[in-house]
Design a protein around this ligand. Structure first.
Ligand code: HEM
Length: 445
């Protein structure tokens, strides 16, 4: 029988001194896959901080929705993230979080989604207008570029973001590219006098200068341009984000939104390249995208794309971009009946939940049909966007972006696999390493 003094199970394979460091560095997904049958909370050993992986949906929700504030955003990971994107909503301690979230929330209201859908649609059209039949696509790089375009367009629609934003796109690319897991754990690496670090600092400075100029322009203009920045700079109940808070929010959205969306787009195309039948059905359904130009709302168009939505829900499950993220215990506490000390690191892992066969039968199968008639946002254990007060603020926008972008591409292009193996590479987000695809135009040529 369990009691409140339960100790967490320990993952096997710990080495003296190094603990689980080796499997964590060489095969983190293999290590995570072994944990759920050991218990709801499993201890890993490496370094001096006690570390626990949460393996059940109930325990994950308990941590993310905790009302007694025992789990906060702290520890090395968040300290380092703050040095990169500032003390914004995604990185600040929960005590400061509520206000930032309340002030940024209007930008993500459902009523604004149709405007964002048009901006995204236009960016996909611009990017793909340069594609040609037979071209081999370096998919992740191309989808990164698309995510940057869509992100900048939805954030700053006041500016004409046509083909003239090469310099800014390069700055965002350098900024995003630079954030490897290693650099987040050991930011001192960023201070070494290397050419790469010099390039990064220059890009970061350019980005910050651009943001400061834009924030000033939006403040003095004061109009709603139908984009995120109009809302970030607006007052809510006589309070508003300071210039510094707007800048930190924008940097967070650029880093988190761009990298997560890019891998989502890339995995979605990969999955279509693996299944000609699925690809044909998605392409057929995708004709509905044109209804956006006929004045229908984003919600109406999304309703016409049930299979594409199923593909996206399944990409976010099977290829979960945000495969793991941490919290810190700020006091001695419990998860269920398991006791944890203060100062421990708690790892929440959508990857672990999404691969549990009791929640998702045959979890290794990519099966969009498992979402037929089901709303993934209500499914137990489907947590690609987290949960609770820190749940991804951009989840509705991100889901729509992934769906419309996939439909818009699939309408005109078929993708075929190129030789070479593709494997998931768990970095800040789960990347499809080695993914190249050949484009085949669906138009007669
Ligand atoms: C496939 C795309 C995306 C995925 C999988 C994703 C995933 C997540 C997850 C798991 C969290 C919660 C992390 C935690 O609790 O510590 C999060 C937070 C956040 N995301 Fe996303 N995200 C995506 C796209 C976006 C986009 C497009 C935006 C903005 C335009 C965005 C903005 C944010 C922000 C600001 C937070 C912090 C929210 C808070 O702490 O209150 N994300 N995201």
């Amino acid at each position: 029988m369990s009691s409140l003094t339960d100790r967490p199970a320990q993952a096997p394979g710990s080495w003296p001194l190094f603990g689980h460091l080796k499997p964590l560095l060489t095969d983190p997904l293999g290590l995570l896959a072994t944990l759920p049958h050991l218990g709801d909370v499993v201890e890993l050993r490496f370094g001096r901080t006690p570390t626990y992986v949460v393996c059940s949906p109930e325990a994950t929700e308990e941590v993310l929705r905790n009302s007694h504030r025992a789990f906060d955003k702290g520890g090395t990971f968040y300290e380092n993230m703050r040095s990169i994107v500032g003390n914004g909503m995604a990185t600040c301690p929960l005590a400061q979080h509520k206000r930032l979230r309340r002030l940024a929330q209007p930008a993500f209201r459902s009523g604004r989604m149709t405007g964002y859908a048009h901006l995204i649609h236009s960016q996909v059209r611009t990017l793909t207008s340069d594609w040609h039949h037979g071209q081999e696509l370096a998919v992740l790089a191309e989808m990164r570029d698309l995510a940057i375009r869509s992100n900048l367009a939805t954030m700053f629609s006041r500016r004409e973001l046509g083909r003239d934003i090469t310099g800014l796109r390069k700055a965002v690319t350098d900024f995003v590219d630079h954030q490897t897991v290693l650099r987040m754990i050991a930011p001192a690496l960023n201070r070494l006098p290397t050419p790469r670090n010099y390039r990064y600092r220059r890009s970061e400075a350019r980005l910050l200068r651009f943001l400061d100029e834009e924030i000033a322009a939006y403040r003095s203009d004061g109009r709603d341009h139908g984009d995120l920045m109009s809302m970030f700079t607006t007052s809510v109940d006589s309070d508003r984000l300071s210039d510094r808070e707007v800048r930190d929010t924008a940097m967070t959205v650029l880093l988190g939104g761009v990298t997560a969306s890019a891998v989502g787009h890339a995995w979605a195309l990969y999955q279509l390249s693996q299944d000609a039948g699925l690809d044909a059905e998605v392409a057929d359904e995708a004709r509905a995208v044109t209804q956006l130009d006929e004045g229908r709302s984003a919600a109406e168009v999304m309703a016409e794309l049930p299979l594409t939505r199923g593909v996206v829900a399944e990409v976010l499950r099977r290829r979960d971009p945000s495969w793991i993220f941490p919290r810190m215990t700020v006091a001695d506490t419990t998860i269920g009946t398991t006791r944890l000390p203060a100062g421990a690191q708690v790892l929440l892992s959508p990857y672990v939940l999404h691969h549990r066969p009791d929640l998702f039968p045959s979890p290794e199968n990519f099966d969009p049909r498992r979402w037929d008639g089901r709303d993934p946002h209500r499914a137990t254990g489907w947590l690609p966007f987290g949960a609770g007060e820190s749940k991804c603020i951009g989840y509705e926008l991100a889901f729509m972006d992934l769906t419309l972008t996939l439909a818009c591409i699939a309408r005109s292009w078929k993708v075929q696999p190129c030789p070479g193996s593709v494997r998931p590479r768990p970095r800040l987000h789960m990347e499809p390493h080695g993914l190249a695809l050949r484009l085949v135009s669906r138009k007669p040529h």
